[in-house]
Design a protein around this ligand. Structure first.
Ligand code: SAM
Ligand code: DTB
Ligand code: SF4
Length: 367
């Protein structure tokens, strides 16, 4: 018999600026675990219901990645092919020339990306690197793409410089729970990651922060990661959920297959906890069939990495993704929905005045 107890009360009121739905920042681990424990259909129904209050369910935001500096990284992240601590067949490359980055950005735009995410295998950018990355931001932005960078740890000054150059998003993942973190990375602390995220937020950039599923973490670790993200005073605008790409030569190369439904559940719980954020179905799509990806979209994922490569590993071809979007009736989200000025205002309010103010994108008004 139908058991309505499994369905939490969710308002079906459509979100609008006149009718802001409150975002929560005080989730408990027990509440998050109880979401994970819901029957699959109930969880997906809830996630999709929440999703529709904030977003057009048939629009997906499209980012393209480029590794602007590859390999020889001093950090020892166990999952990462770019760490100098592992034995991966990967030729290290110096920082790319600005013109070459711009050429790749133009190609990404032509292919339909709206955001260009530039990643460097650094512990942190050095003083002498900054002028080059700042120029990359300015030039990529000038061709009409949103910009994102992921360069490792930033101090306050570097975050300010990137914001002044016009960087829209900074990606800095927490990767897993604070408890499991030391088993994955020993060359930095969780607190250092949180500090960089604070500098990014204070400098006025949008935050992209998420993690990786499939590294041998427990359900409690998955809940612990989402707890950290969802209880930030402002939710990250972008939440990448990566499925571990098992690269030969990394310590995690032989991790067991992840149960696909566990990954989809993580997307759904992220959607419910951070309803106004873009949840990105990130690395690992090469190992997912179309049906699994479709379930991820149904669970509330509304962003992907698009283009043949992630940083050093492969991603589905653009033709394949275009076909999938066509089969599902999904279109690319165009991001002219919110001006930087009103975004800053909302962030300021959330940080300094009203801890529960809604931070929203009314994506339903975009074409
Ligand atoms: N070095 C910078 C840092 O770690 O902040 C930026 C680049 S780093 C490659 C960006 C993110 O990629 C990591 O935080 C991690 O979440 C993700 N990543 C790296 N290797 C991965 C893998 N094998 N599978 C899934 N995600 C991975
Ligand atoms: C994120 O969360 N995933 C991206 C991006 N942010 C920088 C990186 C995925 C990397 C996968 C392994 C590789 O291609 O090197
Ligand atoms: Fe370096 Fe980033 Fe890879 Fe860690 S995840 S080894 S910091 S490139």
């Amino acid at each position: 018999m139908f058991n309505s107890a499994n369905i939490m009360t969710i308002s079906t009121t459509k979100f609008s600026p006149d009718n802001p739905l409150m975002l929560r920042h005080n989730w408990s681990k027990a509440e998050i675990l109880s979401l994970f424990a819901l029957p699959f259909n109930d969880l997906i129904f809830q996630a999709q219901t929440v999703h529709r209050q904030y977003f057009d369910p048939n629009q997906v935001q499209i980012s393209t990645l480029l590794s602007i500096k590859t390999g020889a990284c001093p950090e020892d992240c166990k999952y990462c092919p770019q760490s100098a601590h592992h034995n991966v067949e990967l030729a290290p490359e110096r920082l790319m020339q600005v013109d070459d980055v711009l050429a790749k950005a133009k190609m990404a735009k032509q292919q339909g990306a709206t955001r260009f995410c530039m990643g460097a295998a650094w512990k942190n950018p050095r003083v002498k690197d900054m002028p080059y990355v700042l120029e990359m931001v300015r030039e990529v932005k000038a061709i009409g793409l949103e910009t994102c960078m992921t360069l490792g740890r930033l101090d306050e000054d570097q975050a300010g410089q990137l914001a002044s150059a016009g960087l829209d998003y900074y990606n800095h993942n927490l990767d897993t729970s604070p408890e499991f973190y030391p088993q994955i990375i020993t060359t930095r602390t969780y607190q250092q990651r949180l500090d960089t995220l604070d500098h990014v937020r204070s400098a006025g950039m949008k935050v992209c922060a998420g993690g990786i599923i499939g590294m041998g973490e427990t359900l409690s670790d998955r809940a612990g990661l989402l707890l950290q993200l969802a209880n930030m005073s402002v939710h990250p605008e972008s939440v990448p959920v990566n499925m571990l790409v098992r690269v030969a030569g990394t310590p995690l190369q032989n991790m067991e297959d992840l149960e696909p439904f566990d990954f989809i559940r993580t997307i759904a719980v992220a959607r419910i906890l951070m309803p106004a954020s873009h949840v990105r179905l990130s690395a690992g799509r090469q190992d997912m069939n179309e049906q699994m990806q479709a379930l991820c979209f149904l669970a509330g994922a509304n962003s992907i990495f698009y283009g043949e490569h992630l940083l050093t590993t492969d991603n589905p071809s653009t033709t394949h993704d275009q076909e999938l979007f066509h089969k599902l009736g999904i279109v690319s989200e165009q991001r002219d929905d919110i001006s930087d000025e009103s975004h800053t205002e909302i962030i300021d309010q959330a940080l300094y005045n009203e801890p529960l103010v809604a931070l929203y994108y009314d994506a339903s008004t975009t074409q």
